[in-house]
Write a protein that binds this ligand. Structure first.
Ligand code: GDP
Ligand code: MG
Length: 353
């Protein structure tokens, strides 16, 4: 690329008027101190309606871009694609990360690393900087899941300070628009065998009077879905385990056994759906992709459910056949649910410049 810079310091922003000026200023001074010859500061704002945008404009240090889609992931995605730097180092607009720690990351540029994560777990976390549940349960559990499923040696999957090589990022075809973008980036780095490393960083209590944008349970669930659905193979194993349980319960607890059997079949089908969709997701421009986005699977699901409900009152069929119908419909409906989930979180495209 012509006029390519070495580094872009990227700050995602949504209503951070109290802190954005200081973050931009810190990034600027840190860039100068690190003696980077050519760098830029980029603020990706997606719809601030406080004074954030005016503050950035007044300061005249950073380039400002307006992102047309809401969400932390969307803001960073659009920002990285608009960056002029070969590498992008990003951190929050709330003063919880310190751009003066950038030299730890920059060492990895010469070695052509694809992603370097600032780990708060290896560094330090100021008292009150992270809610108890996130610090001791949520983040460690999701991190463990990524370590185990993707064999990526990560210690802090929710860290918001990372250095990424722009060309590598482009090859990942990212999907998530929310906070789960952070997990998706790690999973896809592992799947694409990216060169990955971590550096310890300090994490501070944010300096704003308004609450964080994170919605604990909703965002946690979105993280979990992103992690499971990007590598659904483990769900095959789970459905096998359920079948085995169902077999052993057959004599004593027939209802539970039947339920586990159905669950395992639906999980199996869901996993196949997830795998197929993953193939589709990688090839964004494909015809199948268009089809998946347009097709209204929920409507088909409702239609089939009503048909079967009607069939099950026809006296012509025996009880066993009716039970079978209903069982199959349960399985099918769960499958529909899963496909819709994947469509929402992984297939719907992120904004492109
Ligand atoms: N949630 C959210 N955050 C955004 C969005 N756009 C930019 N951000 C910024 O993303 C960063 C992370 O959000 P924050 O509230 O600090 O989440 P936390 O670090 O998990 O507490 C902040 O700098 C936000 O201003 C958006 O649309 N949604
Ligand atoms: Mg933050």
């Amino acid at each position: 690329m012509d006029n390519e810079l070495l580094l872009t310091l990227l700050i995602p922003c949504l209503n951070e008027e109290e802190t954005i000026t200081d973050v931009v200023e810190t990034a600027f001074r840190a860039g100068k101190k690190a003696k980077i010859k050519n760098f830029e500061i980029l603020v990706a704002d997606n719809g601030s309606n406080d004074g954030s945008v005016e503050n950035v404009k007044k300061q005249k240090i950073a380039r400002l871009i307006k992102v047309p889609v809401r969400g932390y992931g969307a803001a960073l995605h659009w920002g990285i694609l608009h960056a002029k730097g070969k590498y992008v180092l990003f951190a929050d607009a709330d003063l919880s990360y310190d751009f003066f720690e950038m030299s730890k990351f920059l060492r990895f540029i010469q070695k052509n690393y694809d992603l370097v994560l600032g780990s708060r777990m290896k560094g330090s976390i100021e008292n009150g900087a992270m809610p108890f549940l996130n610090r001791y349960i949520g983040t460690p559990f999701l991190t463990w899941l990524i370590r185990y499923m993707y064999r990526l040696k990560t210690t802090d999957c929710n860290s918001g300070m990372r250095l990424v090589r722009k060309d590598f990022y482009k090859s990942l075809h990212m999907r998530s628009s929310g906070m789960e973008w952070a997990s998706e980036l790690l999973c896809k780095t592992a799947l694409n065998k990216g060169k990955y490393s971590e550096v310890p960083i300090n994490f501070y209590k944010d300096q704003r009077s308004v609450p964080s944008h994170l919605i604990r349970w909703t965002d946690g669930w979105r993280h979990l879905k992103a992690i499971l659905l990007l590598k659904p193979d483990y769900l095959f194993l789970l459905s096998l385990i359920l079948i085995i349980f169902s077999y052993f319960l057959l004599k004593e607890l027939i209802v539970l056994s039947l339920y586990l059997f159905l669950l395992s079949i639906s999980l199996f089908l869901s996993t196949i759906a997830a795998k197929l969709l993953n193939l589709v997701i990688i090839k964004r421009e494909s015809k199948i992709m268009d089809f998946v986005i347009k097709i209204s699977i929920v409507k088909i699901g409702i239609l089939i459910t009503i048909t079967v409900a009607m069939l099950s009152v026809v006296p012509f069929f025996s009880l066993e056949i009716k039970l079978l119908f209903i069982g199959l419909v349960v399985v099918f409906d769960m499958w529909v649910f899963l496909i819709e989930t994947i469509k929402t979180h992984l297939v719907n495209p992120l904004p492109e410049p």
